[in-house]
Write a protein of this length. Structure first.
Length: 91
């Protein structure tokens, strides 16, 4: 089963910035995004459910500073990427 990937406008804006200013980070994000479509709960970046995320909100590390925060909706077979820049509140 392949999940469809949706992103927020904030994520689109950050990824667009990465595409221009940090192509290595942009490429790594793209690789993880493809992995999310196939298996959102396992894989690269140490995926883990977030506390208080009602077992649908997960995070994966892109780099030591950046991570992807996303919700997995099994009923609609969708992954919604909520945030990609920074780690916790250190933006």
């Amino acid at each position: 089963m392949t999940y469809s990937i949706d992103t927020t406008k904030t994520v689109d804006k950050v990824v667009s910035k990465w595409k221009k200013s940090n192509p290595v980070l942009f490429k790594k994000f793209g690789e993880i995004l493809h992995e999310l479509a196939d298996h959102p709960r396992t894989g690269t970046g140490h995926p883990e459910p977030l506390k208080g995320g009602h077992s649908i909100t997960y995070s994966r590390h892109i780099t030591a500073h950046n991570r992807i925060i996303y919700d997995i909706h099994d009923d609609t077979v969708t992954v919604l990427v909520l945030e990609v820049e920074g780690h916790y509140n250190d933006k």
